[in-house]
Design a protein around this ligand. Structure first.
Ligand SMILES: [Zn+2]
Length: 195
């Protein structure tokens, strides 16, 4: 999950929030500035406040619509969906205003995704995102990079792809290992109770 693209998948596909949603967000900012400029208690300010509330509602509805459509497409195409654990990520990475705002949107999206997956008998698994951007998804060495470095180029094995694509591949692998571990533990359990 990112700011540049809403989400990047392990196969390299990137999901962007649609233009009509970004347009509604811009209109919301304009409405906010309009209220801020008008005199408190004035008739014109009251009118601007009503317009601001409408703009808020429109953004909320469009965000929800985008989340529902995206979640549905992901659940239809995948039996298991691995994503970075937002709570862990917030503890690991530095706080950024833009980030924390979009994080609120992501937790809403993940709730919708989990619900749709459960209805369809699919799984959604949260994965610890530590080192998933820094680790090379091709050979596993650490390739340190700041937040502004958007491309992963490995000096060891030559893997070269978008930073988010590299992280998505690492998250998929970590999630598969996690599920593999759960399956092994479950079968060991069965053996220990004599099944
Ligand atoms: Zn490498």
């Amino acid at each position: 999950m990112g700011i540049e693209a809403f989400a990047t998948l392990a196969n390299g596909a990137r999901i962007f929030s649609p233009g009509w949603y970004r347009q509604a967000e811009r209109a919301l900012k304009t409405a906010q500035r309009c209220v801020a400029r008008r005199k408190k208690g004035s008739h014109r300010r009251r009118k601007a406040v009503v317009l601001l509330a409408k703009a808020h509602q429109k953004v909320r509805r469009q965000r929800q619509d985008f989340h529902h459509k995206t979640a549905l497409a992901l659940v239809r195409a995948n039996d298991v969906i691995y994503h970075e654990d937002l709570q862990v990520r917030n503890m690991v990475k530095n706080h950024h205003l833009a980030k924390s705002i979009s994080d609120a949107g992501w937790s809403q999206f993940l709730a919708i995704l989990s619900h749709k997956a459960a209805c369809a008998g699919r799984s959604v698994v949260a994965v610890n995102p530590a080192f998933t951007s820094q680790t090379c998804s091709g050979c596993g060495v650490l390739v340190a990079k700041g937040l502004s470095v958007r491309w992963h180029a490995c000096p060891e094995c030559g893997t070269s792809l978008h930073r988010d694509h590299n992280a998505a591949r690492n998250i998929e692998r970590a999630g598969q290992a996690l599920r593999g571990g759960v399956a092994v533990a479950a079968s060991e359990n069965r053996e220990s109770v004599g099944l």
